[in-house]
Design a binder for this molecule. Sequence first.
Ligand code: NAD
Ligand code: SER
Length: 327
Amino acid sequence: MGTRAISSILVTGALGQIGSELTAELRRRYGDGNVVASDLRPRPEGELGQAGPFEQVNVTDAEGLADICRRHGIDAIVHLAAVLSASGERDPLKAWHVNMAGLINALEIARDLELTQVVCPSSIAVFGAGCPKEDTPQETVLKPSTMYGVTKVAGELLCDYYVARYGVDARGLRYPGIVSAETLPGGGTTDYAVEIYYAAIEKGAYTCFLNEDTKLPMMYMPDCIKSTIDLMEADYDRLIHHGDFNVGSMSFSAGELTASIREHIPDFRTTYNPDYRQAIADSWPSSVDDTAAREEWDWRPEYDLRAMTEDMLTRLRARHEAGLLYR
Ligand code: NAD
Ligand code: SER
């Protein structure tokens, strides 16, 4: 197929944890006017809503989504709108509906309008019973225990199906838990790894909903953005995989994350009170083997736990002092 240039991008779920920062970076690279932010929620007041075009749309509305693509001459969709793992267990049917209808709509529009590319993140939630916990391979048993994981496995298969059957350039990567300072996460099992930094700055103490020793794959937002854009811009002819790349960065438990925060705030304390999210975390890997991403599109993460903690605390502290921690 060869690599085709992208000039106009629609981001769904643009107001979420990842979308809010990825959209800003895409606008820097592709031009403010060429990246349409969209979400179920209305246009926000700040930079994201004002710097470039914004459309309020429900991704389950196929015609609404197609209309936006036609009006803005979109040639790539970065499809981020989804219901995540913890929220998905509270309302599994909603997770199925939003995650599957949203993705099939994006893929059908790509087929119909002959778009250049669709990017849809998958997740470590595709893994479950029967796969190795450490260095979980790219190709392994995929038996998730959450509805979110079920939708992500089905989503990967759908992306690969549209590549093989219709020649749609669909790409996806299995993000680990994403840690970020700009926008709070939206209902995942790894959300503790963001909340803990806010609590450290605000209160000096945190009650964690996972236990101390549960080690999960994680990634800092700058690497999440880099991985997504690297994959978007990768040479199609080098790709053997399409919708399901493992991407590794760092792995840690809540205990190890607490220790890294205590290097900066020695009195910081975490107590542990695991809830229903513990079973979800227990079903996921501790680390992943991302050889395919490294070989096919030169994936290299830049942040480790120490660098991430330093940056998170610096940024949140500055906001806290300005009275804008939760702005
Ligand atoms: P988020 O929950 O922070 O944001 C999702 C956004 O989608 C929200 O702004 C929400 O309003 C919007 N949305 C929800 N339902 C919608 C609908 N029906 N129509 C339109 N918009 C809708 O999620 P995120 O963390 O930014 O995740 C983005 C993508 O990355 C998702 O596909 C998610 O599964 C994947 N992912 C995220 C993580 C993580 O740790 N954040 C890890 C693995 C994979
Ligand atoms: N961080 C996400 C979640 O916890 C993983 O996909 O749901």
